[in-house]
Design a protein around this ligand. Structure first.
Ligand code: 8YV
Length: 309
């Protein structure tokens, strides 16, 4: 960006306040944001007139009030596709980590130095093949997860606003559910791949967790807001769910100590919002931001612009 444009970078790599963001924007055409920058309606109202494009470095845009931005005549872009495969890889890794006790096995060896050697009943986990996976949100990432899971022998179920065409469903032998509640009672693993919007906030509510099968578990590489975390913790504590593998969790006031306790007890696997954190994805995300800016500044519609609604 610095080669192509006159660029002001947040070199400190720390989250800026709204006022700090505004202070750096005087006379600028473009604001490049990422998930930790809260671009709400108030900040949008206070943006200098020079700013015409918000180019998000990221797929999800729930940190931006997109409706307010579009209503103010701004263009908003994101960086989809380039992080799909890496994010799906991480979902698959998390799906394996719980039943195959990957973290626990490593900790026993390395942290606890407590391995007594192989024995027939040591570190027994559960087989993935033959289990039913319920994917919530069958977009790009959900579909990429389904492809991987199919190769691992999981039976694919999905809930999505729209049923996917036979060309997508058939190779996956996927079962479509138009009723999320019904799907939850029919699967062993629930993996969340829907964006965080007003409609999807707590899509996995306490009521819905109660509908999940005894001993089933949750994978979330999307957004913490999709899950009622307090209810999830309670459902694992009381043994209804066997666990959760979470790349995202509520971290606004630190991580919930009860969630951490469950992680210590190896019922929960936590990773640090790193599903898309590959060097390759970050480079391609940056390149996509640049393509969006360049086409916009050249007077064209940028390829990854968001539409109203
Ligand atoms: C990114 C993500 O790292 O792109 C997304 O939606 O959740 C992450 O994987 C982050 O958003 C960058 O802004």
């Amino acid at each position: 960006m610095a080669t192509l444009f006159e660029t002001d970078v947040n070199e400190a790599d720390v989250t800026l306040s709204g006022d700090d963001i505004l202070a750096g924007l005087d006379g600028k055409d473009v604001l490049v944001s990422s998930i930790t920058d809260r671009i709400d309606a108030d900040l949008i109202r206070r943006l200098p007139k020079s700013v015409r494009l918000i180019a998000q470095f990221g797929n999800g845009v729930d940190n931006i009030d997109v409706d307010a931005a579009l209503a103010a005549g701004l263009t908003v872009t994101n960086t989809p596709s380039v992080l799909t495969e890496d994010t799906a890889d991480m979902a698959m890794a998390l799906m394996l980590a719980l039943p195959r006790r990957l973290v626990e096995g490593t900790q026993m060896l390395v942290r606890d130095r407590a391995w007594a050697g192989w024995s027939p009943t040591s570190m027994l986990g559960h087989r993935l093949r033959g289990k039913a996976l319920g994917i919530v949100g069958m977009g790009r990432i959900g579909t990429a997860v389904a492809q991987r899971a199919k190769a691992f022998g999981l039976n694919i179920h999905y809930y999505s606003r729209n049923r996917r065409p036979p060309g997508v469903e058939m190779p996956l032998e996927a079962t479509y559910w138009d009723d999320l509640d019904a799907m939850l009672g029919a699967v062993d693993i629930v993996s969340l791949h829907t964006p965080h919007t007003r409609e999807t906030f707590h899509i996995l509510s306490a009521e819905r967790m109660a509908l999940m099968r005894q001993g089933s578990f949750v994978v979330n590489v999307s957004r913490p807001e999709l899950v009622d975390e307090a209810a999830l913790v309670a459902a694992i504590e009381d043994g209804h769910l066997s666990g959760a593998a979470l790349d995202v969790f509520d971290n606004r006031n630190g991580i919930n100590p009860r969630l951490l306790a469950l992680a210590e007890a190896n019922k929960v696997v936590l990773t640090a919002h790193m599903a898309s954190a590959t060097l390759e994805a970050r480079i391609e995300m940056g390149e996509t931001v640049i393509v969006n800016i360049r086409t916009f500044m050249d007077g064209h519609q940028p390829p990854h612009r968001l539409l109203p609604g």
